[in-house]
Design a protein around this ligand. Structure first.
Ligand code: ATP
Length: 460
């Protein structure tokens, strides 16, 4: 069945103009379009919307939860599943001040905060384009001197408040890997070079959250600490820069929208000898998705000193104890998801109407396929549900029998579903279904017996 033979039967064959929204005119409102689509299709909602919204947090809806999970699964697959030299970890979010004292976060995890004396808005000084003009009220020379604002969220453990009961919500997942280095070394049979990877929530009391989910106060990170013999750190740093850049390319981000930018000397943090950012070309310009840093032995050394535990590795081959050096690729899961979403957004013209389509890489697509009975007739439903049952074990599939088929195709295009499988009245005779491709809109008749094999050749 062609799109023209659906219930929008009067329509001519589809045409695709292929322009998408890559042009300069489209890029300006791309963010607005993606924010609107996200709300309309259940990808991302403003948190606590029924109470007027909570600016610094977002909720991932039915479709967004799948997309975010797929981003994290793709990272875990490449960083843990496909490697013999990296193991996973799921450490706690709450931790005592000792951890953050040793890591340097209590003293140094600050951003420079300035207030506008005119409108009382607060800004992160290092993110201001013009240090003489307030971007909110345009007052001149109205900023206070900058003061260091610590980004960690503090709370109490247990029913008693006060000193001795303070705990912190982690502002990064990395420290969980460092403080478990010894546990993992002793239990996992790994030795340097090896890594510990973790995905999880982190919390930062950002001065200016914004640009949708790009900067929020609660977000998810995907971080890996790779422990290496000190002499090999430079080589491994180069290796991880290449690997991490390639990961985004492999998941469909074109080379002109993703780049690796090495930091200049004056940008480096005190513990890092080399750092590079993987940057995406967002609608407002190049911005960070991930940082890769050569951290030397800063972290293990700090925790060994503060805890009194020996965190060295004994290498029997050279008969020596040494503190491994660390290469850290630290990515944002929610921020990467936003980049994949922006990258996937496209518009083309079909039958003189604009079609919105999310051209996700199939590994990231929230639903891999949708099973759609042509009409909501009792005669078609049992067969359509049978088809759904044959695919659901293997892939996340949607099932939808409301509205006319043309509208359902458009909805699946907007969710980025690579294939629609339509069950029609002929199916009852020929035991075949129509498979429609999201990108080309080409349709192919496939027998139900062959459907799983047909899809397996095209989907991960
Ligand atoms: P920025 O300079 O943007 O504040 P950062 O350099 O402090 O970020 P890192 O500490 O290197 O960030 O964190 C690693 C990754 O975690 C970032 O590249 C980003 O993808 C993600 N991340 C950090 N802060 C946030 C946030 N507030 N909201 C969403 N993602 C974040």
């Amino acid at each position: 069945m062609t799109e023209a033979s659906s219930s929008d039967a009067s329509q001519p064959e589809p045409t695709v103009d292929g322009d998408g929204v890559d042009g300069d005119s489209g890029i300006a409102d791309l963010l607005d379009k993606v924010v609107n689509l996200s709300k309309r299709r259940g990808i991302i909602f403003q948190s606590a919307e029924i109470y007027g919204g909570f600016r610094s947090a977002y909720d991932y809806g039915p479709v967004g939860a799948l997309l975010l999970r797929n981003v994290k699964d793709a990272w875990w697959r490449s960083m843990v599943q496909l490697r013999h030299d990296i193991v996973g970890l799921d450490a706690s979010i709450l931790s005592p001040p000792a951890v953050w004292e040793a890591s340097g976060h209590l003293q140094n995890f600050t951003d420079p905060l300035v207030d506008c004396r005119n409108c009382n808005e607060r800004f992160r000084q290092d993110k201001l384009d013009d240090l003489t003009t307030c971007p909110n009220c345009e007052a001149k020379d109205s900023f206070t001197d900058a003061r260091a604002f610590n980004l960690m969220f503090k709370t109490q453990a247990g029913p008693v408040e006060g000193a001795g009961h303070d705990v912190f919500l982690r502002p990064e997942t990395a420290q969980g890997m460092f403080i478990n280095f010894k546990n993992v070394l002793e239990t996992s049979r790994k030795k340097p070079p090896f890594g510990i990877a973790q995905i999880g929530k982190s919390f930062r009391n950002e001065i200016t959250p914004g640009q949708f989910v790009f900067r929020t106060r609660e977000f998810e990170q995907m971080e890996m600490e790779f422990f290496v013999p000190p002499a090999d750190a430079g080589e491994w740093y180069e290796y991880w820069c290449k690997q991490r850049h390639q990961w985004y390319l492999d998941l469909g981000i074109p080379a002109d929208r993703i780049r690796l930018r090495h930091h200049d000397e004056d940008e480096l943090s005190h513990y890092s000898s080399e750092t590079a950012d993987v940057e995406y070309r967002f609608p407002w310009g190049w911005d960070e998705l991930e940082g890769i840093a050569n951290r030397g032995d800063f972290d293990l050394n700090a925790h060994a000193e503060a805890s009194g535990e020996r965190l060295t590795y004994f290498d029997p081959e050279i008969n020596e104890h040494y503190l491994p050096h660390v290469i850290e690729p630290a990515a944002g899961a929610t921020r990467s998801m936003m980049a994949f979403l922006l990258n996937a957004y496209d518009e083309d013209v079909v039958n003189d109407e604009t079609r919105t389509v999310l051209r996700f890489h199939p590994r990231l697509a929230p639903y891999k396929l949708a099973v759609l009975p042509l009409s909501k007739k009792d005669t078609l439903t049992p067969t359509a549900l049978q088809v759904f049952d044959t695919v659901k074990e293997r892939w996340m599939a949607d099932y939808d029998e409301t509205q006319n088929i043309g509208k359902r195709y458009r909805r699946q295009d907007e969710l980025g579903t690579p294939y629609c499988v339509t069950v029609d009245f002929d199916t009852l005779d020929d035991q075949a279904v129509t498979v429609r491709d999201r990108d080309t809109m080409a349709q192919e008749r496939v027998s139900i017996d062959r459907l799983v094999d047909y899809l397996a050749e095209r989907l991960p």
